[in-house]
Design a protein around this ligand. Structure first.
Ligand code: ZN
Length: 301
């Protein structure tokens, strides 16, 4: 099990904002308990050509410009620009790619705490997400490793719209996305199952506010029925902790979804002989982040 620890991940932090570097700090302190059982690895900065695997040149230059100015917003008001936000996001993306490289070399699972920026689109930032490390990772796996069939499994309280709609018509990207509805970004109806050739390769699982583990497990059965019909060569899990009870930005009341989801994914990873990278995603109650992420890591060891 490879875990990314790198102080530079702390740079991805908005001021006076729920997405800040305290999440990483708490994680880095708590992970010491697992030393000896995990391989700690430093991250790296993504290269421009890696960002271009998903984002447009115009958008990348816009982020670079805003990063130098360090003021205003990158979107309509959720994602502030700050000095060095370009470099900060490059560390998130580069770290995910480096962990993937190492995972494939050693045939192990991996975890990156500050990652899973699932709301960003090709041409725009959204919902605290500047560059979409998930979409870049999917295209990187394809280009560098010729890995075609990828499963993206997202249990963050928010719909992973940036990933979902970017691969809506791609039959080789399977998506299972649990999310609260109504909640930001307001997308992800269960009737949306992929388009054209990609019909039935996506599964949205909607949870009502105040849903419990009982509701989650019922939906997880539908996720398993979906997994039974597919075969992937790589699994990307977005393990956001905002689906847990007492998150300040969501209203779900889940207790152990990370354990349940990781156990299920592990079973299928074994069957398909592939690896899982888990990404920290959202989560704005720090205790919950630690609980969720530790549960994922312990299950993936
Ligand atoms: Zn979220």
């Amino acid at each position: 099990m490879i875990v990314a620890l790198d102080e530079r991940l702390k740079l991805y932090s908005f001021q006076n904002h729920p997405f800040n570097n305290k999440r990483y700090e708490a994680f880095a302190n708590s992970i010491k308990n697992l030393e000896g059982k995990i391989k700690i690895t430093k991250g790296r900065k993504a290269k421009l050509k890696e960002l271009l695997l998903f984002h447009s040149k115009e958008y990348i230059y816009f982020v670079k410009k805003k990063s130098k100015e360090g003021i205003g917003y990158l979107d309509c008001g959720d994602t502030p620009a700050f000095p060095g936000c370009y470099e900060a996001t490059c560390y998130v993306v580069g770290t995910v790619l480096k962990i993937i490289e190492k995972m494939l070399k050693l045939n192990e699972n991996g975890f990156v705490p500050v990652a899973g920026l699932h709301h960003a689109y090709k041409n725009k930032a959204a919902g605290f997400c500047i560059f979409n490390d998930v979409c870049i990772a999917i295209n990187y796996l394809r280009k560098k490793y010729r890995i075609k069939k990828i499963l993206y499994f997202d249990i963050d309280a928010h719909h992973g719209d940036g990933v979902f709609y970017s691969f809506l018509e791609d039959p080789d990207v399977y998506i299972v996305d649990f999310h609260q509805m109504p909640l930001y970004p307001g997308t992800g109806l269960e009737i949306e199952k992929g388009k054209g050739k990609a019909k039935k390769t996506k599964l949205n699982l909607v949870l009502k506010p105040f849903s419990t583990d009982f509701d989650f497990l019922r939906k997880l059965k539908r996720a398993e029925a979906f997994l039974k019909k597919i075969k992937a060569e790589f699994i990307i899990m977005q393990a956001g902790a905002d689906c847990l009870k007492k998150d300040p930005l969501a209203n779900l009341c889940l207790q152990n979804p990370h354990k349940f989801a990781t156990e299920l994914l592990k079973k299928y990873a074994k069957k398909w002989k592939c690896n899982i990278i888990a990404l920290g995603g959202g989560g704005y109650n720090i205790k919950n982040c630690l609980k969720a992420w530790t549960s994922v890591i312990k299950n993936l060891i």
